[in-house]
Design a protein around this ligand. Structure first.
Ligand SMILES: Nc1ncnc2c1ncn2[C@@H]1O[C@H](COP(=O)(O)OP(=O)(O)OP(=O)(O)O)[C@@H](O)[C@H]1O
Ligand SMILES: [Mg+2]
Length: 220
């Protein structure tokens, strides 16, 4: 039986049109992500970090190259199957949270529940992240750190195999950052895959591997 890496990126490029022709957000990037790895993606603003995460999450189709998930081409899957991959296999913590403004905290978290999962995971997570008194609040009534924690709960409530987290501590104080980083360490300790995008060089030491991006080019 062939054992495939969880995700294999082969010679990925992603371009955007620009006034001077074509702009490369990612250029010829190849990367293998094994099951249960903890990877930090670092690099300056505009380096291509969010673009990489969106490609891994099945949200942005690259212009060139292959994205293989367990040996299968992610971007050859039907829209339905790719949505299922997003919903079931991964938890995405967006840089701008993307909470739904007209839903409460609890209802936002419910949108992260997939398939046969029940709701019993929610209350312990609300308590752990000190949000038990905020479950009926709407996102506009939350602090930035609280929004970030709600986004994290929504992404992980169904215990997906992989978390993709885009600057999850970018706006937080030390105490809130620690809460989130401790959670990732624990999640990784349970055999899950964690991909953490961060500006902060100090945080990359927490990971098994660091991918450094600059102008769309990766170094390892
Ligand atoms: N839809 C788009 N159209 C045109 N250019 C884009 C688009 N999305 C991203 N880019 C450009 O691609 C480059 C990479 O963007 P990306 O969001 O991946 O950077 P980043 O490393 O996540 O930056 P930051 O740390 O500021 O979040 C940037 O120069 C950005 O302006
Ligand atoms: Mg970004």
């Amino acid at each position: 039986m062939t054992v495939y890496p969880m995700i294999k990126l082969q010679n990925i490029s992603k371009t955007y049109p620009s006034s001077s022709g074509v702009f490369y957000a990612l250029r010829d990037l190849s990367l293998e992500i094994g099951h249960g790895q903890y990877i930090a993606v670092t690099g300056p603003s505009g380096a291509g970090k969010s673009t990489l995460l969106n490609i891994l999450g099945g949200m942005t189709r690259p212009d060139h190259g292959d994205v293989l998930v367990n040996g299968k081409q992610l971007y050859n899957l039907s829209e339905k199957k790719r949505n299922e991959y997003r919903r079931v296999k991964i938890g995405f913590v967006f840089q701008q949270f993307h909470l739904i403004p007209y839903l409460t905290v609890y209802e936002n978290i419910l949108t992260g529940i997939s398939g046969g999962n029940n709701r019993s995971n929610i209350q312990p997570l609300l308590e752990r992240f000190q949000l038990e008194n905020k479950s009926k609040h709407h996102p506009s009534q939350l602090s930035v750190g609280e929004k970030q924690r709600v986004a994290l709960i929504r992404a992980t409530v169904s215990r997906p195999d992989m978390i993709l987290a885009d600057e999850p501590t970018g706006n937080l104080d030390q105490e809130n950052s620690k809460i989130i980083l401790d959670f990732f360490r624990e999640y990784h300790g349970e055999g899950k895959t964690v991909i953490l995008v961060t500006h902060e060089p100090g945080l990359s030491g927490l990971a098994d591997r660091v991918v450094h991006l600059r102008n769309g080019i990766a170094t390892f």
